[in-house]
Design a protein around this ligand. Structure first.
Ligand SMILES: Nc1ncnc2c1ncn2[C@@H]1O[C@H](COP(=O)(O)OP(=O)(O)OP(=O)(O)O)[C@@H](O)[C@H]1O
Length: 291
């Protein structure tokens, strides 16, 4: 498929909101790097959904600028407000909202620019949905429905992908699988993505950039990946699998959006999957990337 060059997105917005504690402005100013995955977390009612709605053009702030590459989507001082349909933004919410009368394939085709676009097959394949392509949404599990929603959002090759707690209604295991799939899809298409989640740890693991929103104010948080940038020999990670082979423990860890297997002399009984770790890579460790 033809890849499109992702633009850097700059957002500055100010909007008066009625928070649980009273009126206060949502006041944010940040940049989404081209092709990055930005994680957004914060307490309930801190303005996360409102922020996504502003980016999508579904809510208009009192003042603001949204610049996407060389396009201006919003500039309140010049009365520019590009409508949602023309922004080409992919969105996924907690509830997949698929077309119930269409099959999985038809749902994805409907979103693509044309039915025969090869991206449809590629996405169905990548998300492991080829064998469910002829099924209707009602016969799918919650996780499968969210997978369809995710690839449907990508089928139009959006300039930006906005994910509002897309996996929060799923059980932990399914959520982990879908997060890994999201990372894979993000690596394949490089769509500039914002992922909202209540799970800070999840966000830290997969995002290139992390923003914490509190009562309408955005704070840039050091993502796990930045540890690697500062010191290439030490990385934060989370153990995702453990096994012992030929006297060496194999630890699979998730670092940023990469899964890495380390072979280290280690007593595996002291460690558990899900455990956050700091790994210092010395000459004794072999490191290889997983597919
Ligand atoms: N158009 C609006 N005008 C005034 N206040 C609003 C408007 N839209 C939302 N709010 C208020 O702004 C606050 C933030 O809402 P928002 O839905 O963005 O939070 P959130 O962080 O996504 O919450 P949650 O995690 O519970 O989904 C809430 O108190 C909400 O009532």
């Amino acid at each position: 498929m033809g890849d499109i060059l992702m633009p850097t997105i700059r957002l500055h917005a100010r909007m008066n909101l009625l928070f649980a504690s009273g009126p206060a402005p949502l006041d944010v100013d940040f940049t989404l790097k081209a092709g990055s995955l930005t994680g957004l977390y914060g307490p309930s009612g801190s303005g996360k959904t409102t922020l996504l709605r502003i980016l999508a053009g579904l809510t208009g702030p009192e003042t603001g600028i949204i610049q996407v590459g060389d396009q201006i989507w919003l500039d309140t001082s010049r009365r520019i407000n590009v409508p949602t349909q023309q922004r080409n933004v992919g969105m996924v919410f907690q509830d997949a909202a698929l077309f119930p009368n269409m099959t999985v394939r038809e749902n994805v085709q409907y979103a693509a620019e044309n039915r025969r676009d090869p991206i449809v097959d590629e996405l169905l394949e990548l998300a492991g949905l080829m064998n469910l392509a002829g099924r209707k949404p009602a016969s799918l599990s919650g996780g499968q429905r969210q997978r369809v929603a995710l690839i449907r959002a990508l089928a139009r090759r959006p300039r930006m992908l906005l994910l509002d707690e897309p996996f929060s209604a799923l059980d932990v295991e399914t959520r982990e699988q879908l997060l890994a799939e999201l990372v894979r899809l993000h690596q394949r298409f490089g769509t500039t993505t914002v992922l909202v989640s209540h799970h800070q740890e999840e966000i830290q693991r997969v995002a290139d950039q992390v923003i914490r929103l509190e009562q309408g104010k955005a704070y840039l948080v050091e993502p796990a990946l930045s540890a690697r940038k500062k010191d290439p020999l030490s990385v934060h990670g989370v153990i995702t699998a453990l096994r012992t082979e030929a006297g060496l423990a194999q630890i699979q860890i998730q670092v940023g959006n990469e899964r890495i297997t380390l072979e280290v002399p280690l007593n595996t009984s002291e460690w558990q999957p899900g455990q956050p770790v700091m790994v210092s890579i010395t000459s004794a460790a072999q490191v290889r990337k997983m597919d």
